[in-house]
Design a protein around this ligand. Structure first.
Ligand code: MG
Length: 382
């Protein structure tokens, strides 16, 4: 970074910090700002920010046009890291719970952002649950530390950005006409993720196959309850160019799922069955792989640990997301070079993304060569 710009950021950032933490400034006669007194710790601020969806999102019993979200900023030494908690209603967190959680934190006690292990252990220990709110702090801390090191996280982790997979684009359960229309809209994407789990499953696949021969993956969202029927369907899906099956059976059906994985001709991937690091060991032998999402697992630090554990167990890895801004999606994308598959289309579904970062170029996850999580602020919202 240009030294003058860095000094400018440092000075203006500290002025902002001063308002929040009481750092003392001495305004010298020359007009230059001179900092007096000791540097204070990390300063966290946050803003509820409702995500506007481009299309109405329809589930079995409800539909919605927005997703609740909280943006975070973590400041230190004039440098700002950005984070985010995305909270689809069915996951149990809300703006109220996230605000309560973030308000309860005292990050000012930490005056070295590089001690990430201690800081994030503290954040995790304050209350159970609140995984999205914890991710909002974790992502902001990673962004901050990456900026202080002036390196992106994929480099700090030693990953080759050329190794990123294509992202899938999701086609929801719908009428054949709408499904064909959605497939046409998905032209830039090289792999489609098809939602299954209802009586129309074969019709969905046949409709898509009538208009494209792209590889497909399917997400059953726990929708199949009979393991023999599930296995027959998976054989049929394989004949129709499907490459893996996500969460075919209910998360409680562990024995059936282990049997299905043992006999399945396609990889099975755990999503609803898995949240955090210890769940990877539980999924081993029950599924071929895991779907890691930052909002489920408290952020990048634990996601990286899950990725490495899954790799050491010879399991497949997928990096997924919720409906999110480019902030959380770009954070997740830092892990993508070591993933078999990516499902990072969350930022493409909203119309009020204040950031740009990771991009999809010719269907492929493409990382920005910028420090931290590689964000640029497009529209300053706080
Ligand atoms: Mg899923």
């Amino acid at each position: 970074m240009n030294p003058n710009r860095r000094d400018f950021i440092r000075t203006t950032g500290l002025l902002a910090l001063a308002g929040m933490t009481g750092v003392e400034f001495l305004f010298a006669a020359s007009g230059e700002n001179v900092i007096r007194g000791s540097q204070k710790g990390l300063s966290l601020s946050f803003l509820p920010y409702e995500l506007q969806l481009q299309h109405v999102f329809t589930l079995a019993n409800s539909s919605r046009k927005t997703t609740p979200d909280v943006l975070t900023r973590l400041e230190f030494d004039g440098v700002t890291g950005y984070g985010e908690a995305s909270m689809p209603p069915y996951l149990g967190e809300s703006v109220v719970t996230a605000t309560r959680f973030l308000s309860s934190l005292d990050l000012n006690q930490f005056n070295d952002p590089f001690q990430m292990d201690d800081i994030l252990q503290y954040v995790d220990s304050v209350m159970p649950g609140n995984t999205a709110a914890k991710a909002a702090v974790d992502i902001a801390l990673h962004d901050l530390v990456g900026k202080l090191l002036e390196q992106p996280w994929y480099k700090i982790w030693g990953f080759d950005p050329a190794d990123t997979p294509n992202t899938s684009f999701t086609i929801g359960i719908d009428t054949p006409d709408i499904v064909r229309q959605k497939v046409a809209e998905a032209t830039p994407y090289k792999i489609l993720k098809v939602k299954l789990g209802q009586s129309t499953d074969r019709q969905m696949i046949e409709t898509i196959r009538s208009v494209t021969d792209k590889p497909l993956c399917v997400d059953v969202n726990q929708g199949w309850t009979d393991r023999v029927m599930a296995l027959e369907t998976i054989y049929w899906l394989k004949e129709n160019g499907v490459v893996f099956v996500e969460q075919p059976m209910p998360k409680t059906a562990i024995d059936d799922m282990a049997w299905l994985t043992q006999n399945s001709p396609l990889p099975t991937i755990a999503d609803e069955s898995l949240q955090r690091l210890p769940d990877v060991l539980k999924a081993h032998g029950v599924y071929h792989g895991i779907n890691i999402k930052l909002m489920k697992c408290t952020g990048m630090r634990e996601a990286h640990q899950m990725l490495m554990l899954a790799r050491s167990l010879d399991m497949k890895v997928m990096i997924g997301c919720m409906t999110e801004t480019s902030c959380a999606v770009s954070a997740a994308a830092q892990l993508a070079p070591k993933a078999d598959w990516a499902d990072l289309d969350g930022n493409l579904l909203i119309s009020n993304d204040p950031f740009s970062g990771m991009r999809i170029v010719d269907g492929k996850v493409t990382l920005a060569d910028k420090p931290g999580i590689g964000l640029e602020v497009k529209k300053k919202v706080f």
